[in-house]
Design a protein around this ligand. Structure first.
Ligand code: FMN
Length: 345
């Protein structure tokens, strides 16, 4: 196991096919799922030479949370389907690496269990606002009490995308025998609007991230409604098929935000140099989900720890070879679009 791809390729044999489809698949024709990965191939790096890169530090601060690198674990649901310890296994690995873990509302372990398994690790809560505001509020309060340091409100799921792999293989969401302590996917409300952000903000004192933004229009609205960060994401190609790849939507969002809040991106990141390209195009940090699902399936908590350390190593090596000593030094001038080669006449 030398690369993220090794884990992603090894995972299918470790989990029943009619369960793994849920983790691997996207919506409809999976055009956006593929686009997420392909987008990174359309940018190439412009390294600078003769820079002293003896001391490289990856550490950074995201909304006041100190983390070991500008890359973290995106929220992904129902981790007990692939590993009995579930989110507790992921949390232990993340805390061991001081890497940021975003815990899904659809966690199969309680926030108390996660905190007990990995005390002190940097963690944010991904929130779905449910039809039932009372339960939504109780959930936010429980996460705050468990030491989570920001709230990530996912806004790209008024309805659940049509994931046809799941339909073909008969994956039931949620599986009838799986305990979900906070919510089931269909309980998220499709009535959520920008005005509800004020309600969310009014209920807690944590920084607020808006996850699932793909346009400059919504990035501007998010800033105007007091978001502390905008997270560019198409939900791993699982919601509206045919939208932009995460990386392709990033430049316009970063431009619209104009430094007024932090910007993150996810979707298709499989290499450390992908993270560097995201930083160059305006992200403060990048996230991934499927690499960690694969790692959990192959080797539980140890797999997640290994994938974190592989990516950490790739980011550090990439930074040094790019001529940078910290994530903050990665600038727009470090990337350019990959041009199609002229075909010989
Ligand atoms: C199996 C799976 C479950 C997911 N569950 C959630 C979720 O509960 N909440 C959420 O905001 N995003 C969820 N996502 C989306 C991820 O947070 C992230 O946006 C996306 O997967 C990133 O793309 P990547 O998997 O290519 O890294 C899920 C993604 C996957 C693959």
């Amino acid at each position: 196991m030398l690369t993220v791809a090794d884990y992603v390729e090894a995972a299918p044999g470790r989990v029943p096919e009619n369960v793994w489809c849920y983790f691997e698949g996207g919506a409809n024709d999976e055009v956006t799922l593929r686009a997420n990965v392909a987008a990174y191939g359309r940018w190439r790096l412009r390294p600078r030479m003769l820079v002293d890169v003896t001391e490289i530090t990856l550490a950074t601060t995201l909304l006041g949370t100190e983390v070991s690198m500008p890359f973290g674990i995106a929220p992904f649901a129902m981790q007990r389907l692939i590993c009995e310890e579930g989110e507790a296994a992921t949390a232990r690995a993340a805390a061991g690496a001081n890497a940021l873990m975003t815990v899904s509302t659809l966690t199969t372990r309680t926030h108390g269990e996660i905190s007990a398994a990995a005390p002190g690790g940097p963690r944010w809560l991904q929130l779905y606002v449910l039809h039932d505001r009372g339960r939504t509020l109780a959930h936010m309060q429980e996460a705050q009490a468990a030491g989570y340091s920001a709230l990530v409100l996912t806004v790209d799921l008024p309805y659940v995308g049509r994931r046809e792999r799941d339909l073909r293989l008969g994956f039931q969401n949620p599986p009838p025998d799986l305990h979900l302590p906070y919510a089931k996917l269909f309980e998220a409300t499709p009535a959520l609007t920008w005005r509800d952000l004020e309600w969310v903000r009014g209920q807690m004192r944590l920084p607020l991230v808006i996850k699932g933004i793909l346009t400059r229009e919504d990035a501007t609205l998010a800033v105007e409604h007091g978001a502390d960060a905008v997270w560019v994401s198409n939900h791993g190609g699982r919601q509206l098929d045919g939208v932009a790849a995460g990386l392709d939507a990033l430049p316009e969002v970063a431009e619209a935000v104009g430094g007024r809040c932090e910007v993150y991106v996810d979707g298709g990141i499989r290499r450390g140099i992908d993270v560097l390209k995201a930083l160059a195009l305006g992200a403060n940090a990048a996230f991934a989900a499927r690499p960690f699902a694969g790692a959990l399936a192959v080797d539980g908590s140890d797999g997640v720890a290994h994938v974190l350390s592989l990516l950490r190593g790739e980011i550090a090596l990439g930074l040094g070879l790019l001529g940078c000593t910290s994530p903050a030094q990665v600038a727009r001038s470090h990337v350019e679009p990959t041009l199609p080669y002229d075909s010989p006449a």
